[in-house]
Write a protein that binds this ligand. Structure first.
Ligand code: PGA
Length: 254
């Protein structure tokens, strides 16, 4: 894993966007694995800016998203399909038919998961996968548990995730309790992975992810086993690493 430090969120987003723009420039028909949440919003804004300036062409790009809430349609402004349209797809020249988000309304969730896994495979896998990280170490909605789930699957969200998500909903009853998520195996098959984290609240989990034991109790720790991971952090998310790591440990990631 390589760590890329930035002084603040804006700089972190600019740096991460450069990686995605370079990927699309080098391979116009790239498969981008995309993520939702507050962390990547600034990175998507940077990509839109690069598109507006004529620096990136998304016309041949295909995308797969990590996850979606069960029970929300793509028109619901809290769904991840809506988020992607609103934050990125509506503002660039991507063909929406080439953008994939699991369907939260599928009657048969297991069949939807198998279909989604087949979609990812049919595209030849993901060239570069963007990840945020939950305070509990989840990636996608792979929550802490006793084993690493391999493929796309339905998941019961943990209390901590439901509580973290509640800020976006009017009442607790409206907060989805289930989701569909790519599995850890699906994520790990990506050729390259970009993890972004900002703010004090992520500092401990970023430390655990990079320097803690590889354990499904900290799902993101599995990334230690991937050969090509870039971790983008701002000063605050870096703070526990700065405090706890020896120069020798730092030398392994910087
Ligand atoms: P956040 O969520 O970007 O809103 O902090 C990250 C995540 O839960 O994966």
């Amino acid at each position: 894993m390589k760590l890329i430090k930035s002084k603040d969120y804006a700089e972190m987003c600019q740096k991460a966007a450069r990686i995605f723009a370079a990927q699309v420039t080098l391979k116009p028909a790239s498969v981008l694995g995309l993520a939702t949440g507050s962390t990547p919003v600034g990175m998507y804004q940077e990509l839109v800016k690069k598109y507006d300036e004529g620096k990136v062409d998304f016309s041949a790009v295909r995308t797969v998203n990590l996850d979606e809430y069960v029970g929300l349609s793509g028109d619901n402004d809290q769904s991840y399909r809506y988020f992607m349209n609103h934050n990125l797809f509506d503002h660039i020249n991507i063909d929406k038919a080439n953008t994939h988000v699991p369907s939260g309304l599928a009657a048969d969730l297991e069949a939807e998961c198998a279909d989604y896994e087949a979609v990812v495979a049919s595209m030849g896998g993901v060239d570069i996968q963007l990840l945020g990280i939950g305070n509990n170490g989840h990636i996608g909605f792979n929550e802490p548990c006793d084993c690493f789930p391999v493929t796309t699957h339905p998941v019961d969200l943990t209390e901590s995730t439901i509580t973290a998500n509640a800020r976006f909903f009017a009442t607790m009853d409206e907060v989805p309790k289930k989701a569909i998520t790519m599995g850890i195996g699906t994520i790990m098959k990506a050729k390259k992975i970009v993890l972004m984290a900002n703010g004090k609240g992520k500092a401990q989990i970023i430390y655990d992810t990079i320097f803690g034991p590889v354990t499904p109790q900290v799902p993101a720790s599995v990334l230690q086993l991937h050969p090509d991971v870039l971790v983008f952090v701002d000063e605050e998310a870096y703070s526990v690493i700065a405090e706890k790591c020896t120069p020798e440990q730092l030398a392994t990631i910087l």
